[in-house]
Design a protein around this ligand. Structure first.
Ligand SMILES: NC(=O)c1ccc[n+]([C@@H]2O[C@H](COP(=O)([O-])OP(=O)(O)OC[C@H]3O[C@@H](n4cnc5c(N)ncnc54)[C@H](OP(=O)(O)O)[C@@H]3O)[C@@H](O)[C@H]2O)c1
Length: 275
């Protein structure tokens, strides 16, 4: 989802960037030969590499722990070493799932990390692989939705339109983030080159999945009925998720790289992209 949004944002002609997009089919982040073929052999071609690839199946990660860590940890380490050796900058995407969700105010970059599932642990492993690499920037985001690929509001709107009754958890709180807006922020980071380190980049609203579902249905259908609130414990999943994972983006605002209009602008844009 995000990789496509970033490609679109970078390809904007006014920006005059030369963009090379790698697809999983060609470039496996866990395969060192691919790093040589696609990056080392084109050493002079890259100023910045934005890594949007990841193992993102949060529930499956519990039973596919090794594969998850290979992509989100080991592969990121390979990428860091490769990028460092050609003197380019690396912008790497991480997640709110590195936190345990016990906070009651939005997480800042320096808050203690303590993932509660395999996916979050693997993404933290990826962050750690970048520690000490001066030209690396970690951008943590949360609750992504966008025009390309599966995402929460797409599933909710489709289910609602199909007449299904919906029960949506109201006791998980986060910051929904529209992939095209996140892509804009990543391009700003690439262009403005703020100090390396970790930044949070997420939407401005702190809401529950249940409220998010209601707003998505309202944007798509113009009314909301029968979207009921339930608790996480009503629908157990293979992995635990943070109860509260809103991200504080003040650092990115101060760096002049924040861009995220509210959901009453992003959801109508998103709805327009639905077939
Ligand atoms: N989605 C969210 O709600 C969310 C929230 C917070 C953070 N993030 C982070 O944001 C980033 C983008 O997420 P997304 O939602 O855009 O994910 P996505 O739609 O699942 O895309 C991930 C991409 O990575 C590719 N990939 C998987 N394994 C790979 C490998 N070994 N080598 C190369 N490519 C590989 C996938 O290809 P295949 O499809 O062929 O497997 C897919 O194209 C990720 O770092 C994710 O951890 C996402």
């Amino acid at each position: 989802m995000l990789g496509q949004a970033v490609t679109v944002a970078l390809a904007d002609h006014d920006r005059q960037h030369e963009v090379l997009t790698f697809f999983h089919l060609q470039f496996d982040i866990t395969n060192l030969e691919h790093h040589a073929d696609w990056i080392l052999n084109r050493a002079g071609h890259f100023d910045v590499v934005i890594n949007c690839c990841a193992y993102t199946a949060v529930d499956r990660a519990e039973s596919e722990r090794q594969a998850t860590f290979e992509v989100n940890g080991l592969g990121v380490g390979y990428l860091a070493a490769t990028i460092q050796s050609i003197g380019a900058r690396l912008i790497h995407i991480s997640t709110d799932f590195v936190f345990d969700g016990q906070a009651n105010s939005p997480y800042r970059e320096e808050d203690p990390v303590a993932p509660i599932g395999a996916y979050g642990a693997s993404k933290l492993h990826g962050e750690e692989a970048l520690a000490g690499i001066g030209l690396a920037t970690v951008v943590r985001t949360s609750w992504l939705f966008g025009p390309n690929g599966a995402c929460f509001p797409r599933s909710i709107i489709n289910a609602y339109r199909a007449g299904k009754s919906l029960n949506v958890v109201a006791d998980q709180i986060g910051t929904p983030t529209y992939a095209p807006y996140l892509a804009e922020m990543l391009v700003k980071i690439a262009e403005n080159n703020p100090a390396s380190g970790t930044y949070h980049a997420a939407g401005p609203e702190i809401i529950s999945w249940h409220s998010f579902a209601g707003k998505a249905v309202l944007a798509a259908v113009g009314r909301v009925e029968n979207v009921r609130a339930c608790r996480t414990s009503d629908y157990p999943t293979p992995t635990r998720r943070p109860a509260f994972s809103a991200l504080d983006c003040t650092k990115l605002v101060q760096a002049g790289c924040y861009f995220h209009p509210p959901l009453n602008e992003s959801l109508p844009s998103f709805v327009e992209t639905l077939a």
